[in-house]
Write a protein of this length. Sequence first.
Length: 239
Amino acid sequence: MKVLIVGASGMIGGEALIQCLAHPIISSVVAFVRRDLPTDVSGHPKLQCILVRDFAIWPKNILQVHADATAMIWAMGTYNGSLTADLEYPLAFLESMAHVLVHTELSRPRFRYVLLSGKFVRRDQGEKLWWGNKPRKIKGLLETKALAFAEGHSTIWETFIVRPGGVVPGKIMASGALGVIPAVGAVLGKNWTVSNEELGAFMVYLAINGDGEDHVIENARIMRKGRELLESQKGKCDS
């Protein structure tokens, strides 16, 4: 099984990459990157890195080579709201990859597009927001377009949107750094925080299968299933 990924140099995308490489079902991972990844990852035998100058341009010959991929994990994004990075880049991939899939002779299940979004993203472009108006609405527009794209290409394409709350590195959460993070998580509950490892495990799970999951998935489900997946992996390692 081959999985594509964008955003592998970031905290969340990097965790998803690590979990893809470790998963026994996934035999190949293709990371589209602007710069080389750290050497402790880039040398992995399952990984192929393709340097991309402009994520708005997806050459047909490159995508054709990877038309056998099962999924794309899209974990690229900005905090300040960029029309280019947060909207134009992912939409360019959707259109380009779908064009290749439509013309491929491969008999295959629907391509799964796993999009990292966020709990506070808003699709309603007319909603009045007190903070983060631009980034929240741009990503909300992407959610709307990504779902509509999947509906219009339902024979070849499936979109999953993950909407985590606050994402915390698992090691920090486990260590109880200053006792702050666990306390915040306990107060806010399962709807508000998730560990990076849980999120990464869940995104990889969607890329591999995802049958029965909603196409828009909120923090509580991400945390619960992600934790279940990690515990299952640990049990297999311990046995």
